[in-house]
Design a protein around this ligand. Structure first.
Ligand SMILES: [Zn+2]
Length: 330
């Protein structure tokens, strides 16, 4: 939908928008499904506005469908275009109708893993001018007025350059939008609690499944991600949406092999492992929660004026990047 400029000023409520509005910024097609698919499906089902911005087409991804191997970057270099169709199918599975590419499809290219020559491609997202890239996102924020922004932590969750850049762009855009009066009230970063990882290590270190991030892992400290449970701010229970999330992941068939550890986890643990997603709160005021750490069960918790919340994002903490990773997830 297109919202006309609001004559009452940049902070005025935009009349045609849903009451609750969530914006997610991801690096590649498939990140939305793997990292936040249950959250997206949960809020879409609840009638909230859910806008997905994907920063690249994922041109440098591996291809797990043999018949499509010729699409690879070193061959026909058509993978990015193909992945647009996968992303569209994934969003349909999640019930999300508003998905866009940052700056339009093809503006920014997948940079590949850290240190590879693909980092230096002229259109590599890793090389993007920060304010130019953030400017594209500010225009989307101006239109959809998200109260809640979701992206990655400063290490891009696990160190991929496009994930790090997505973090930088999203945070800069939030800052620029706040200066104009429509910054998101809360900013969350995706996270996995160490307690959840410890259960994963115990269950999967020896499992014979593809791309197993726990393979050979003896301790959770060996993993490139993981947040102390007490630093988690929100736990979104999308158990009822876990089948939608799995369907969205299966839509990314070039990226996620049929025998992926992700599906093995889903099979062993049912809806909770797949459907429950966690976040840290990077900016904004934490709402009421429950349990030993007071985890929120709603990203909009504490936002008591849902149609008019346009206050500036609060101070963003500088961070401690974790270990750059060569994990097999991307
Ligand atoms: Zn990615």
């Amino acid at each position: 939908m297109t919202v006309p400029p609001d004559p009452s000023g940049p902070a005025g409520p935009a009349v045609d928008l849903p009451a609750r509005r969530l914006l997610l910024v991801h690096a590649h097609p498939d990140d939305e499904a793997i990292g936040t698919g249950a959250t997206m499906a949960y809020y879409a089902a609840a009638g909230a506005g859910v806008t997905l911005v994907t920063c690249t087409l994922g041109e440098e991804g591996e291809i797990h469908v043999p018949a499509l191997a010729g699409l690879a970057a070193a061959e026909a270099d058509q993978l990015g275009g193909y992945r647009i169709t996968e992303l569209a199918a994934a969003c349909a599975a999640l019930g999300v109708t508003d998905h866009r590419f940052l700056g339009g499809a093809g503006r920014y290219r997948d940079s590949g893993m850290m240190g590879l020559p693909t980092n230096d491609h002229p259109r590599a997202f890793w090389r993007a001018d920060l304010d130019e890239a953030a400017g594209h996102l500010v225009e989307i924020m101006r239109e959809v007025r998200p109260q809640v922004l979701v992206t990655y932590d400063p290490n891009g969750f696990y160190g991929h350059p496009d994930h790090i850049q997505a973090h930088r762009v999203a945070m800069r855009a939030a800052e620029l939008a706040a200066a104009e009066g429509f910054g998101p009230a809360k900013i969350y970063w995706t996270a996995v609690p160490r307690g959840v990882l410890e259960a994963g290590v115990a269950s999967f270190a020896d499992a014979d499944v593809a791309n197993n991030p726990f393979a050979g892992t003896e301790h959770v400290d060996d993993l490139p991600f993981g947040t102390p449970d007490e630093q988690i701010a929100a736990r979104i229970d999308g158990t009822d949406q876990h089948t939608a999330k799995e369907a969205a992941m299966r839509a990314h068939r070039t990226q996620i092999p049929e025998n992926s550890w992700l599906y093995a986890v889903a099979g062993n643990f049912g809806g909770e492992f797949m459907g429950v997603e966690y976040y840290t709160l990077a900016a904004g005021v934490r709402g009421p929660g429950s349990g030993p750490y007071g985890w929120e069960d709603d990203l909009f918790a504490g936002l008591d004026a849902p149609t008019g919340v346009t206050g500036p994002a609060v101070e963003v903490p500088t961070s401690t990047p974790g270990t750059p990773a060569a994990a097999g997830v991307r």
